[in-house]
Write a protein that binds this ligand. Structure first.
Ligand SMILES: [Zn+2]
Length: 309
C-alpha cells in the first residue's frame, strides 16, 4: 500500500505542477512520432502504423522521445495513437492492446528518466478510431465509448500525467473520448483537426465543437494536424470561444483533395518557429509539432520560447 500511496501522491504533485504551469507558462510539446519513426527506417505501414514500433523498434521509439526532451520539450506524447483494441484487432492482435499501451507509456517514461528532466510530463495520446482525415469513417457511439473508455483507463493506470485527446475530426468522437478521459480524473487536453476554413474535418463548426466540449471542463484545447501555414485564423477563432489555455501543433505539409497528407519540406524549423511566434501572439501557450516535424523544430521553438527554469 505504501508504494501506491507514494505513487498517488507523486502523481498529484505532478498534476498540480502541470495545472500551474499551463496557467502561467508557454509549454512545448514534442514533434511527430510516426513520421520520425519512418525517417529513422522503422516500418509504419498500415494498419499497425506507428504501433509497430512498440513491438519491433522500442529503442528507436525511446530515442525519439529522448531527442524531443533533449531538444526542450516539456511534454512528450505516448506512441498510443494506434493501440486501441479495435485498431490492433485489424492486425489480429487486439488482445495486446493493454500490454502495448502500457509498454508505450513505459517507453516514454524511460525517456523522461534518461533525459534528467524529470519535470517533463508524459501525455497519453487518444486518437480517433478511424482514419484521422476521413471523418465519415467514424464508428458507432457504443464502440467509441467502449474503446476510448478502455484506453483512458489503461493510460491512467500506466501513470501518464495527462491525457491528450488528439486529432479529433468529429464532435461526437471528441466528446465521447473527452468524457472518457476526464472521467478518470486525469488532466485532459483536447486537440481538434480542422480544415483550412476553420471547421472540423467533418464540416462541423469550431464554435459548435467548443460549445459541446467546454462544459466537460478540459484543461486546454488545441489544434493539430493542420498546416502550419494555415492554422492561425482558426486559432484566432478558438481564442474567441474560450479562456482556457489553447495551443497548436501543426503539420509541415497539407491535405490533398482525397484527404491524404502530403509531406513538404517547405516549412523548415526557422519558418515553423516564426509561425509559432504568431500563434503565441494569438494566445497559444501550448506549442509543438505534428506530422513531419522533427527534434530540430522543437529545439528551434525552445530558442524562441526559452525555458523559465
Ligand atoms: Zn499530424
Amino acid at each position: 500500500m505504501t508504494s501506491i500511496t507514494t505513487n498517488n501522491s507523486s502523481h498529484n504533485i505532478r498534476r498540480r505542477s502541470l495545472e500551474q504551469k499551463i496557467k502561467y507558462e508557454t509549454l512545448l510539446l514534442d514533434g511527430a512520432t510516426g513520421t520520425e519513426l519512418e525517417r529513422r527506417g522503422v516500418d509504419i505501414s498500415l494498419p499497425l502504423w506507428s504501433a509497430r514500433a512498440i513491438l519491433d523498434a522500442p529503442e528507436v521509439l525511446m530515442q525519439i522521445h529522448l531527442d524531443y526532451l533533449l531538444a526542450g520539450a516539456d511534454i512528450i506524447t505516448t506512441n498510443t495513437f494506434r493501440t486501441h483494441r479495435h485498431n490492433l484487432a485489424l492486425s489480429g492482435i487486439g488482445g495486446q492492446a493493454k500490454s502495448m499501451t502500457q509498454q508505450a507509456v513505459a517507453i516514454a517514461q524511460k525517456a523522461v528518466r534518461l533525459s534528467n528532466n524529470t519535470s517533463a510530463f508524459v501525455a497519453g495520446s487518444i486518437a480517433p478510431l478511424g482514419d484521422s482525415y476521413k471523418p465519415s469513417n467514424t464508428l458507432s457511439e457504443n464502440i467509441l465509448e467502449e474503446e476510448h473508455g478502455l484506453m483512458s483507463n489503461i493510460l491512467v493506470s500506466s501513470g501518464v500525467d495527462l491525457i491528450l485527446v488528439e486529432t479529433m475530426n468529429t464532435i461526437v468522437e471528441a466528446e465521447i473520448a473527452t468524457r472518457a478521459a476526464i472521467s478518470t480524473g486525469c488532466p485532459t487536453f483536447i486537440s481538434l483537426v480542422c480544415d483550412r476554413d476553420g471547421s472540423l474535418l467533418s464540416g462541423e463548426s469550431l464554435s459548435a465543437a467548443t460549445t459541446l466540449l467546454l462544459p466537460l471542463e478540459p484543461h486546454a484545447i488545441l489544434l493539430n494536424c493542420t498546416s502550419a501555414t494555415d492554422v492561425l485564423s482558426t486559432l484566432q477563432k478558438l481564442r474567441q470561444y474560450t479562456c482556457l489555455p489553447i495551443g497548436v501543433y501543426a503539420n509541415v505539409g497539407y491535405l490533398n483533395e482525397d484527404k491524404n497528407w502530403i509531406q513538404t519540406k517547405a516549412v523548415e524549423p526557422d519558418y515553423y518557429a516564426k509561425c509559432a511566434l504568431r500563434w503565441n501572439e494569438a494566445g497559444a501557450t501550448l506549442i509543438g509539432g505534428c506530422c513531419g516535424t522533427r527534434p530540430d523544430h522543437i529545439a528551434t521553438l525552445r530558442n524562441v520560447f526559452p525555458c523559465k527554469n
